[in-house]
Design a protein around this ligand. Structure first.
Ligand code: CA
Length: 263
């Protein structure tokens, strides 16, 4: 049995209509004390925004809809969300800037981009800025819902985890300790952050630009070899004296941590 509670906040201006809906549900993967997942939608196109809001609410989520980038960013930073859906082309700040602001503030909620332009560049840019997935408009709602659920499961797992593991490598997030085959490995703060990123996204080839933005909080500059140097040191510590080798360079693309147990 589920029930719906719905309240419309008074609009403060034409662009800043803000709705709140709450559905309580017994869906087993929902978390939190009242068991609701909260999603922020930033979409200026009225029909798409309303359609997303209604669909997500019917699917059992709490959803806030805002219609411009600045409000979207403000909302993302002042409220707590489990996921954000961002349109790219927005009045005020565009979707890229909203995402940049969210990541800069240290918020790691999953972000799904909606892009009307089916350009590889756009998708790559979004992913490099720290987006987790994208959908090209027009999309079927069922597709969006599937992506949202996958991202939320991934996010819930990541935030609930105290340990990240691959083969006999273990990273203890609370004690900030790393062991391989039970042996303690001392890492610098950057190496630890780098390894955490690789472990969280194990099996994915991570481009240098993504690593630069997530670990060093800098725009990728091909003149610097800071990533190569750190990666080399990390591999010496993690892989030199152990088998199997976990970190691999993918030429021209980036780095991947491969878990042999998942191969
Ligand atoms: Ca738009």
């Amino acid at each position: 049995m589920e029930w719906l509670h719905c309240a419309n906040d008074a609009p403060t201006n034409a662009c800043q209509r803000h709705y709140k809906f709450v559905i309580l549900t017994r869906d087993p993967w929902h978390r939190g004390t009242i068991g609701v997942m909260k999603i922020l939608i930033v979409e200026d196109e009225p029909k798409t925004g309303d359609y997303l809001l209604q669909g997500l609410v019917e699917a059992g989520f709490v959803a806030d809809l805002v219609r411009d980038g600045s409000t979207g960013l403000h909302q993302a930073l002042t409220e707590s969300y489990d996921l954000a859906i961002l349109d790219v082309m927005l009045p005020g700040l565009d979707g890229w800037s909203v995402l940049r602001g969210i990541r800069k503030a240290g918020k790691d909620m999953p972000v799904l981009f909606l892009t009307a332009r089916d350009h590889v560049d756009d998708r790559v840019k979004g992913l490099e800025l720290g987006a987790d997935d994208y959908l090209v408009k027009p999309f079927a709602f069922s597709e969006l819902l599937a992506r949202v659920r996958t991202l939320l499961r991934r996010g819930a797992k990541a935030s609930a985890a105290e340990f990240l593991r691959a083969a006999d490598l273990e990273l203890d997030l609370l004690r900030r300790r790393v062991t391989r085959a039970g042996k303690r490995i001392d890492l610098t703060a950057k190496e630890f952050a780098l390894l955490e990123l690789l472990l969280r996204r194990q099996g994915e080839v991570l481009p240098r630009s993504l690593i630069a933005s997530q670990v060093w909080d800098m725009n990728f500059d091909s003149d610097t070899n800071v990533i190569e140097v750190a990666m080399r040191r990390l591999r010496v510590k993690l892989d030199d004296n152990f088998e199997p080798k976990l970190i691999r360079t993918v030429r021209g693309m980036g780095y991947v941590l491969e878990n042999p147990d998942c191969a």
